[in-house]
Design a protein around this ligand. Structure first.
Ligand SMILES: *Cc1c(COP(=O)(O)O)cnc(C)c1O
Length: 349
């Protein structure tokens, strides 16, 4: 079965085999070495994050990393966190801040729209942080974070980024964007297995990230203990093995730029071949290289299309929220080759 949903991804044999390494206690020195290497590799996926940023490893899906980041970095000081939402994941961060009992303002957009910079700029003053989504997986839009970051820097407001579906597959400029932190996961563009996720954040900001109202998602606690080779709680050891191997595989294959190039080729191939069959992308512009949303072919429900493709060996993904009867989504992460994509196009056709 080939997975075209936006995570978890189809594993390579190399990563799958890593799951068979020896059983390990997370309090033994072998785990300390494994964890140290993972943290080191995570903070070096991007060239400019190595020195002033550190990775913090969590057991949980991508949402755990996002919630740990949001909980730990957003203070309870009466000033609102400004959430930029043009899809499910922006809305989800707004719900988190609200549930944590902290003040929040949302710059809401229609889910088909790019971020409205003028509206964002006019609401920046007095905010304690800006929370944005890099790749809004709801539609496949790659948000213009460079433009948002420039305005945050000017206003002196920290920027927190949900990069769960872009880390390892799209450009992230830690220093230039002056990121305070970004959250991501093992099992999307990094091609690991589900179970571990992480936050990459400024070293000097991490010890102060103590605002979490819940004990488990306190990033400063993880940071302090992991810097001493410890682990506050049981980690998903096998998922760590897989992430370790997946990061080595990424480096061997030429790093994130090479991966982006591969994704681009896959996505462009699908877009052009599906266009020949009258299937058009949902967004007119602004798609990431990772995922494209398409209008459902006329006369077909998503369920019919999904069923038919599953019988042919492919799992596709539905639209979310109000978009569930309008579109289907194809992500190109994971172990896919040209023949797989050819077969997919034939099966859709
Ligand atoms: C996948 C995803 C998440 C987290 O999803 P999990 O199911 O918790 O792994 C968060 N944000 C974005 C943008 C995503 O694509």
């Amino acid at each position: 079965m080939k997975l075209l949903n936006p995570g978890p991804v189809t594993l390579t044999q190399r990563v799958r085999h890593a799951l068979l390494r020896p059983d390990l206690c997370h309090r033994e020195p072998e785990f300390a070495v494994l964890q140290r290497e993972i943290l080191q590799r995570l903070s070096h996926v991007y060239d400019d994050s190595g020195e002033r940023y550190a990775a913090v490893l969590l057991t949980g899906s991508g949402t755990a990393a996002v919630e740990a980041m949001v909980a730990s970095f957003v203070p309870r000081n009466g000033r609102p966190a400004l959430v930029l939402a043009n899809g499910v994941y922006g809305e989800r961060m707004a719900s988190m801040v609200e549930r944590h009992g902290k003040s929040v303002e949302v710059v809401r957009h229609d889910w088909t729209e790019p971020l409205d910079l003028a509206r964002i700029e006019s609401r920046l003053q007095g905010c304690c942080a800006v929370l944005a989504v890099h790749h809004e997986t709801t539609t496949g839009r790659l948000n213009d974070i460079a433009a948002v970051a420039a305005r945050c820097r000017q206003a002196g407001v920290p920027l927190l980024l949900d990069a769960v579906s872009s880390f390892g597959g799209e450009e992230i400029l830690f220093e230039e964007w002056n990121l305070t932190a970004c959250a991501a996961t093992a099992n999307k563009c990094l091609h690991g297995v589900p179970g571990v996720s992480f936050v990459v954040a400024r070293r000097d900001a991490l010890p102060e990230a103590r605002h979490s109202p819940c004990l488990y998602l306190d990033l400063s606690n993880y940071y302090v203990q992991q810097q001493k080779d410890g682990s506050p709680f049981t980690q998903a050891v096998h998922a760590c093995y897989a992430l370790h191997e997946a990061l080595a595989e990424l480096a061997d294959a030429g790093g994130w730029k090479q991966r982006r190039e591969e994704y681009r080729q896959r996505s462009e191939f699908l877009r052009s071949r599906l266009a020949e069959r009258g299937i058009a992308p949902f967004l007119e512009e602004g798609h990431s290289c990772i995922l494209t949303s398409y209008h459902l072919p006329s006369g077909q429900t998503y369920e019919q299309l999904h069923e038919r493709l599953k019988r042919a060996g492919f799992v596709i993904y539905a639209g979310q929220g109000g978009l569930s009867d309008k579109l289907f989504r194809l992500a190109v992460m994971g172990d896919l080759n040209v023949e797989d994509l050819d077969r997919l196009v034939a099966a859709i056709g």
